[in-house]
Write a protein that binds this ligand. Structure first.
Ligand code: SAM
Length: 272
């Protein structure tokens, strides 16, 4: 039987996490947050929300697992290949005009998006003048991203995406296999800095020419989306690109007026 989760329990949980771990779930979209909680209660066989709240409060290792369950990490290389094709054909020629290029993957998960961009920039002959920042709230996924070690069973999907994205070689040219794993060519990320960064509370001092914030805004409520898009506005100059996920949009955000729509279909925006 499904455990009842009322709004008071959610508030108590959110306040506990905020006080103990300085992480604020307060503005995550309620419906998906609740769905994830139901999953966690079931997965760990908690008898009620209080038990879960106590566990989060007193067990740091459990908290890390809890965080992983709440912040969905699903990703793919060249996810939504038509975006990458558009990026390759229309954004890259603009970036090629710059003397150096700075790209921020602001919710990089286990790094597939970062390797995709590095491959694309390499094929465009721009990798050596590109610096990447790859960040996420979750340290475990960042460690995977750094290692470039991915299950071999996922590579056919990544390869198919790569081909559809207009890749000029074969994805297999960029990794070696050993046992059940693919090991990405780490020279692809030699100009990448990986670090933990919280989009909710983090402050960004650096400037970027491209920011990717794909498939994470969807988990936030509108005021939080507003805040993040506003934060991005301060880290880019006129002409910089912002890319969000295929099911996301900045149209409803207050700072949408600071951007033009570069590609409506592919959710690519440009700072005015
Ligand atoms: C579904 S994945 C998207 C990965 C990749 N951008 C893509 O489109 O395939 C969402 C990522 O957002 C991260 N995330 C969730 N809340 C975050 C926050 N407050 N700050 C930074 N990253 C966050 C999660 O840890 C997860 O890795």
């Amino acid at each position: 039987m499904e455990i009842e989760i009322d709004i008071q329990d959610i508030r108590k949980l959110v306040n506990t996490v905020k006080a103990k771990y300085a992480f604020d779930f307060g503005e995550y979209a309620l419906s998906s947050f609740k769905r994830r909680l139901v999953r966690i209660l079931d997965l760990y066989k908690f008898k009620d929300m209080n038990e879960l709240i106590n566990k989060v409060n007193f067990d740091k290792v459990f908290y890390e697992n809890f965080l992983k369950e709440i912040t969905v990490n699903t990703t793919e290389m060249f996810r939504d290949p038509s975006m990458w094709k558009k990026f390759r054909e229309t954004v890259v020629p603009e970036l090629a005009k710059l003397s150096s290029i700075r790209i921020w993957h602001s919710a990089c998960s286990s790094g597939e998006e970062v390797y995709s961009m590095a491959i694309l920039m390499k094929e465009a002959g721009l990798l050596e003048k590109t610096k990447f920042l790859a960040s996420d709230i979750n340290e475990d996924v960042i460690a995977t991203a750094r290692s470039g070690k991915y299950p071999l069973r996922n590579m056919p999907l990544h390869s198919d995406n790569y081909d559809k994205s207009g890749g000029t070689k074969k994805l297999t040219d960029y990794y070696k296999t050993n046992g059940d794993y693919a090991y990405m060519d780490l020279s692809l990320i030699h100009t990448t800095v990986f670090k933990k960064f919280d989009l909710v509370l983090g402050k960004q001092e650096q400037k970027f020419d491209v920011i990717l914030c794909r498939n994470v805004l969807i988990y936030f409520n509108l005021p939080l989306q507003d805040k993040i898009i506003e934060m991005f506005s301060g880290t880019v100059d006129t002409g910089a690109f912002l890319v969000v996920g295929s099911k996301e949009s900045i149209a409803w955000c207050k700072s949408a007026t600071k951007y033009s729509t570069f590609s409506f279909e592919e959710k690519i925006y440009r700072k005015l």
